[in-house]
Each structure stands twice: as structure tokens, then as C-alpha cells.
Design a protein around this ligand. Sequence first.
Ligand SMILES: Cc1cc2nc3c(=O)[nH]c(=O)nc-3n(C[C@H](O)[C@H](O)[C@H](O)COP(=O)(O)OP(=O)(O)OC[C@H]3O[C@@H](n4cnc5c(N)ncnc54)[C@H](O)[C@@H]3O)c2cc1C
Ligand SMILES: NC(=O)c1ccc[n+]([C@@H]2O[C@H](COP(=O)([O-])OP(=O)(O)OC[C@H]3O[C@@H](n4cnc5c(N)ncnc54)[C@H](O)[C@@H]3O)[C@@H](O)[C@H]2O)c1
Length: 484
Amino acid sequence: MTANGAEEESGSLYDVLVLGAGPGGENVADRARAAGLSAAVVESELAGGECSYWACMPSKALLRPVTARADAGHTWGLRRDRSLPLDVQDVFAHRDEEASHWQDDGQVEWLASAGIDLVRGHGRLSGPRRVTVTQEDGTVRRLSARQAVVVVTGSRAVVPDLPGVADARPWTSREATSASRVPDRLVVVGGGVVGVEMATAWAGLGSRVTLLARGSGLLPRMEPFAGELVADALRAAGADVRVGASVTEVARARPDGPVTVRTDAGQEVEADEVLFATGRAPRTEDLGLETVGLEPGAWLTVDDTLRVTDVADGWLYAVGDVNHRALLTHQGKYQARIAGAAIAARAQGAVTADAWGAHSATADHHAVPQVVFTDPEVTAVGLTADEAERAGRRVRAVDYDMANVAAAGLTRDDYAGRGRLVVDVEREVVVGATFVGSGLAELLHSATIAVVGEIPLSRLWHAVPSYPTLSEVWLRLLETYRDS
Ligand SMILES: Cc1cc2nc3c(=O)[nH]c(=O)nc-3n(C[C@H](O)[C@H](O)[C@H](O)COP(=O)(O)OP(=O)(O)OC[C@H]3O[C@@H](n4cnc5c(N)ncnc54)[C@H](O)[C@@H]3O)c2cc1C
Ligand SMILES: NC(=O)c1ccc[n+]([C@@H]2O[C@H](COP(=O)([O-])OP(=O)(O)OC[C@H]3O[C@@H](n4cnc5c(N)ncnc54)[C@H](O)[C@@H]3O)[C@@H](O)[C@H]2O)c1
């Protein structure tokens, strides 16, 4: 027995055990190894996780040709090609490549090269610092951890339990990112990020898309103009976008027949496939959480060092989607770097919980960046004006029409977009930024640096954007703030 009461079974005792080999899990194990700790990850499907096979990578591979064609169709000298059909089979072939053909050999090789053991099977907690793995052949392997167990089991799509759903065989984000046939008609339910990205992709690939979103607009967690600009572009691309539409029922009378989707407003839409992009649930329902006093199926609440708050002795951590802080790959990887460093520091009694320190995921509260890869792109970091006001901050929002930036006229003949800074008027620092428009994804990091660095506006005047680039929106926004 070890000091922690863990059994010393040959090859089964590690410093750190990680449940889930998605981007968060791989990175936390890597950071633990880099700090000199032994680490194993347990994975029940494919090493690489949702992001690699059914989320970020395949979705962006479907979107890029669609947005590139939209850009080309509005570029002088290429405009006649606006209706040029995409080579859909080529798009699918590239998507399959980006999803590594749903094989994880590359990830397995990388884990081995980093000195991380991979244990394949379904992992469950079986008490403090203990994990039981049911392997593919049915055998059970018991593992234990000296320092920490990190839960990084991610999230899954939620399909609402509506009448007719089971028989309708709806798509979730998994089918929407991996399908290799373009449905003639597709209904997308949900106006969040998955809904608008997949509506953009499949409309571009040739489906007649109807997007049904409840509430007053698309992308409800972002500045309202973001959803409005994306809705305008989707409509221009031929999609039928209906807001204020909550789906109440679906029906597919014959397995090979069409599906009918009904809303609370009495609307009825017939389609070949229906995608539910209606949010995510944590993958914690069959994880043995009850063996350590936690509720199965719940999101795991953590402190800023990523330790689960409701577990004594601080040995359980949760990173990535499963802690519900920010359901984004880059933010999960950030948390993984912090958690790995915190676990190693705690082992030596040297952890520091200072904000913005090496062991604190402070950015989760102030500066989560996100790019929505639609046409136009939506990019945002920090607080929206509404969030800042609801938090009791004294802020001023300043806006600028992206079409008036000199580079916009060089980019597209129909450039539509808007930039917004949310400025804390007491400290004169940027606490939020949103840029919507074509070609803006790479601009976002400048705003992330301004928010994280709390750079005073007086200093930002000296950060001179190159001419003629879309980054000049920064200068125009500073002028607008000064003059308003
Ligand atoms: C369609 C779509 C597009 C997206 N696009 C982007 C994007 O462009 N950019 C971005 O930043 N984010 C994007 N996201 C979000 C991103 O995919 C997630 O934030 C990210 O995958 C979370 O990483 P994770 O490591 O927490 O979990 P996951 O990637 O979900 O990995 C968890 C892993 O744990 C394994 N697992 C679960 N339970 C067990 C168990 N009991 N035992 C063993 N293994 C287990 C799973 O099999 C999985 O491999 C997108 C999401 C969707 C749905
Ligand atoms: N590019 C990116 O960064 C990217 C891309 C895709 C996903 N993601 C992440 O994945 C997460 C999940 O995205 P999501 O879009 O599935 O969830 P979401 O929670 O963002 O949006 C779901 C939407 O569905 C609506 N909805 C729910 N039930 C409905 C019903 N019956 N009828 C009509 N509308 C209904 C909700 O009101 C909500 O607006 C997001 O938090 C996002 O961060 C990121």
C-alpha cells in the first residue's frame, strides 16, 4: 500500500490518471509527463476525442471550401464563378483526411512518443484515486493514482426528448460532420454555434436548409449584431432562417421516407434529414461519480486550479467540456496546461493560486476567445456589452462598420461586418471585443491580448495596424471611442 492507500499493482500505479484522451486529456497527461510525473490516459473510443473526428476538424474541412467560394464569388475577376458548383466528393475526401479516416494511429504514436500509457476501455472511478477500466475484451483492469485523477470525458449532443424523435433517426453533430451524402433538404434545429456552422456548410454543399432557432436571434450568447449578420448571409445563400421557432415534434412515418418537423407556432417543415444542434450534456453518467460522493450525469464544478470543488483531499480534477467553463478545444487545452502544472506543483507543496499565475485558469473568467467559421466569420472575446452591464460594470460599447475600413473594399464587393469594443470606462481598458466579417478569424488574437494584458487605450493608440489591413478597425474603434 502507498501513503495514499493505493494498491501497488505492477504497471497499474501512476502519478496521474486521465479519463478521456481528447484534446484536454492528451494535454494534461503531456504536461504531467513534462513535469516528471508518470501518466496514463484511459480512452473508450478514439484517442484525439470529439474535436479530431466529429467536431472542430471535420466541420472546418466542410466549411472552408464553402466560405472560400463565397469570398471568391465576391472578388473582382472571379465574380462570374459565384454559382460554380463545389466538387463535393473532393470536399468529403479532404474532410475524411482531416478526420484521419476515423483512425487514431497518429494520436497513439504521439502518446507513446510523449511517454504516456494508453489504456483502451471504459473508465470509471471506483473510490478515491482509483479507476476501473472495462476493456474491449470484457476484462477489467484496476488502476490507481498517487497524485491525481483528471476527468476529461467531454460532452455529447443533447437531443430533446420530443414526440417522434426516436423514430426520426435525427442527425447530431456527429452525423453532420461525418455524412458523405448531401441531403436534398435539411432542417437544422438550434441557432447556436453548431447550428449556424452546419447550416452554412450544408447549404454550401447543396442542401436546401431550413434553420429553426428559438429566441429572437441566432448566436444568442454573442453580441446581437453577430447573429443578425450571419442570418442575412444564410438567407442570401438560400437558407430559410426562422427565429422564434421552438421544435415540439418530429415524425418520420417510413424509415426511408421524409421527416416532418413541427414547431410551437404551428409551422411544419418537411425534409430528408433533421439535425438537432440543441446543446451538449456532460459525459459523466457512467463514470462511477457516486463512488466519490458526486452526482452521476452532472457537470463537474472546479476551482481555478481545475480541482473538483466537492471532493475532499483535492485529488480529483476536471478539465475541458466536462467542467462546463468553456466548451472549446483551445480553452480545454489551456486548462490542461494549468492543471498539469498545478498537479506537479502540489506534489511539491508549491502551488500558487494567484490570479493570472501559472496554476490558475483565470482567462476562463475574463477572456475566452471564439471564432465561428461562418460567412461572415464571427469572432469574439471577453464580455458582451449586455454581459458587462448585467455584471454591474461601467462600460461603453463602441461600434464601427467594417465595410468602411479601407481593406474591406479590397476584400469583397459586398463586405458586411461590424466591430465592437466594450470598454471599462473607469480603467479605460478593453473588456470585450467582437468582430464580424470575412477574413477576421486571425484578427481575434489581437483583442485577446488586449483583454488579457489589460492594455490601456492610451497605449493601444501606439499599436499601429498595417495599411491596408482589416486590423485598421482597431484604429477606427479608438477614434470612435475618443470622439463619442
Ligand atoms: C460540431 C462541433 C464543432 C466544434 N468546433 C470547434 C472549433 O472549431 N473550435 C473549438 O475550439 N471547439 C470546437 N468544438 C468544441 C470542441 O469539440 C470541444 O470543446 C472539445 O472537443 C472538448 O475537448 P475535451 O477533451 O474536453 O473532450 P472530448 O474531445 O469530447 O474528448 C473526451 C474523450 O473522452 C472519452 N471518454 C468519455 N467517457 C469516457 C470513459 N468513461 N472512459 C474512457 N474514455 C472516455 C471520449 O471517447 C473522448 O475521446 C466543436 C464542437 C462541435 C460539436
Ligand atoms: N467554432 C467553434 O468554436 C465551435 C463550433 C461548434 C461548437 N462549438 C461549441 O460547442 C458547444 C455546443 O454548441 P451547440 O450549438 O450545440 O449548443 P448551444 O447551447 O450553443 O446552442 C443550442 C441552441 O439550441 C436551441 N434549442 C434547444 N432546444 C431547441 C428546440 N427544441 N427548438 C429550437 N431550438 C432549440 C437553444 O436555445 C440554443 O440556442 C458550444 O458551447 C460551442 O462553444 C464551438
